[in-house]
Design a binder for this molecule. Structure first.
Ligand code: CA
Length: 515
């Protein structure tokens, strides 16, 4: 016999006319909500309950934002789900509010981490050998070589954390001169320069591909401060190679010179301002915007106050909050750049006869997220409360501190890949439904939105923000906990995904034609 449960719901804003059921397993019909209506039907966990009668056509407010209008009469205590809600039109990109940015947050001092300083001034949180590729054709050879490097070479270089093959699907069979081809090309280029690779650039090329090494990395594109002349390129079609082992030996020989230099590096004390953090969510549920994302938002504010760079992304998940973003822009130029990026993305989606409603998955809906408006309002809180200082386009490198809108698709792997290209050295990822997401190039701290997920996935989730819903911790407490965990992980503490070696593929964003 289970102890009787205390019904718990969360209403984000006093003007909201729905609240979200918090209890594991949901609540049965007949449950009297404290200070609220009695449920007229069972409502699953994470789903919305009407707090007042909502006749058909009533605006449903969550986050004090209209997330839709009721399609049918819903009585107080009724279940408000995606089938009973009509999604509002997308906000026009014309006539958006002018910037009225909040004041810069007060500085936060006295926090450091142990990182690897690079010659170009960036700082790594890991010390990895990365091998860049110009084309997918070489992926199998590189995988073989990476395995040999791992087994035969890495034991001799104990200060090196690992070896990563930067394989991808680009490089040939693509319209490489199309205007949008700049996006995948600069992504591969900037990935090679991620701070976690120590400025050691090594390239594996096939020979006949469209993306030639000198096109990928033209002279001057690698900020090398010493006498080194450019990237080491191993070309498989080079006539000197006779037999497969000749190629592998060549890769291993080149790898050794990079491993020597990487192995000589030591972690040193670095200010938090050297962190470049990418925040993202995936497998979201209705708790994402109540627990994990607000805690991430609190930590975002702490990082920005300490002078760090924090990138938030995921175009389709911020699109419905565009008016909030332009209002928070630090300057009119930043507001214009936000509109430019989201306008470009609207056109990109329209070209494929899709719109923002293509976002939200069956799992999102099962988790209580009725539509993209509701998802967006919960997603954007990851960006905290400060002004937005800058904007970068997909695949660009971030060059400034503060809070940055890095425009990317919301797809977890594409967003992560583009944030890596931007120079991310630490990734924070929130999930409600649960995903084992991880990257080989950069540590990923995963934050669970619910106690039940944290309990079941205890050896996959790094932080449990579900404690906010159960009243065991406040958003501030969780935010500070996450901040300290970020500094520990940046200093070398392994995440669960690193302990298990869970790595997703790099996935490029290629809006240009394939040939
Ligand atoms: Ca995502």
């Amino acid at each position: 016999m289970n102890a009787p449960v205390t019904p718990r719901t969360i209403r984000i804003h006093p003007d909201d006319n729905v609240a979200v059921v918090v209890n594991d397993g949901g609540l049965p019909a007949g449950t009297a909500l404290p200070g609220g209506p009695t449920l007229v039907q069972a409502v699953p966990q994470g789903h919305k309950v009407a707090l007042t009668d909502l006749p058909a056509g009533t605006a449903v407010r969550r986050y004090n934002v209209v997330i839709g209008h009721t399609a049918v009469d819903i009585p107080a205590g009724g279940w408000v789900n995606e089938q009973r809600l009509v999604m509002p039109e997308a906000r026009s990109l014309q006539g958006l509010p002018a910037p009225q940015p909040p004041a810069d947050l007060p500085p936060l001092e006295g926090h450091t981490f142990m990182g690897y300083r690079n010659a170009d001034g960036s700082v790594g949180t890991r010390n990895l050998l990365a091998v860049t590729t110009t084309v997918q054709c070489v992926a199998g050879v590189l995988e073989f070589a990476v395995e040999r490097i791992r087994k035969d070479l890495l034991p001799k270089y104990p200060n090196v954390d690992g070896v990563v093959g930067l394989t991808h699907s680009y490089g040939c069979g693509v319209a490489i001169d199309a205007p949008d081809a700049i996006i995948p090309i600069r992504t591969v280029r900037n990935l090679a320069m991620n701070p976690n690779f120590g400025g050691e650039v090594m390239v594996l090329s096939l020979g006949c591909e469209k993306l030639q090494p000198e096109r990928l990395l033209p002279p001057g594109s690698i900020p090398i401060s010493d006498e080194r002349q450019g990237p080491d390129v191993v070309c498989l079609q080079d006539e000197k190679h006779v037999g497969f082992m000749s190629m592998i030996d060549s890769i291993l020989t080149q790898a050794k010179t990079h491993l020597e230099r990487l192995n000589a590096r030591q972690r040193t004390t670095c200010p938090v301002s050297e962190l470049v953090v990418g925040v993202q969510c995936g497998g979201s549920d209705a708790f994402s915007g109540v627990t994990a994302n607000p805690a991430v938002g609190f930590a975002t504010d702490l990082l920005v106050r300490a002078g760090a760079t924090v990138m938030f992304s995921e175009n389709t998940e911020v699109r419905d909050a565009v008016d909030q973003l332009t209002r928070r822009a630090a300057t009119p130029e930043v507001a214009d750049a936000i509109v430019r990026e989201l306008g470009w993305y609207d056109a990109y989606l329209a070209r494929g006869q899709a719109d923002r409603s293509a976002n939200t998955t069956p799992g999102n809906k099962k988790g209580g997220l009725s539509n993209i408006v509701e998802k967006a309002m919960g997603s954007i809180v990851k960006s905290g409360n400060g002004p937005i200082h800058g904007v970068i386009a997909p695949g660009e490198k971030v060059k400034q501190k503060g809070l940055i809108f890095a425009a990317t698709p919301a797809s977890d792997f594409i967003c992560g890949t583009l944030q890596l290209a931007a120079g991310m050295n630490l990734h924070v990822f929130t999930t409600g439904r649960g995903t084992p997401y991880g990257l080989a190039e950069c540590p990923v701290i995963k934050v669970a939105t619910r106690n039940d997920l944290a309990r079941r996935w205890h050896d996959l989730m790094d932080v449990n923000a579900g404690r906010i819903a159960s009243g065991e911790a406040s958003i501030d407490e969780l935010g500070w906990e996450l901040f300290h965990r970020m500094l520990a992980v940046a200093s070398g503490e392994k995440t669960w995904a690193e302990k298990w070696g869970l790595h997703n593929d790099l996935v490029l964003f290629n809006p240009a034609p394939i040939t």
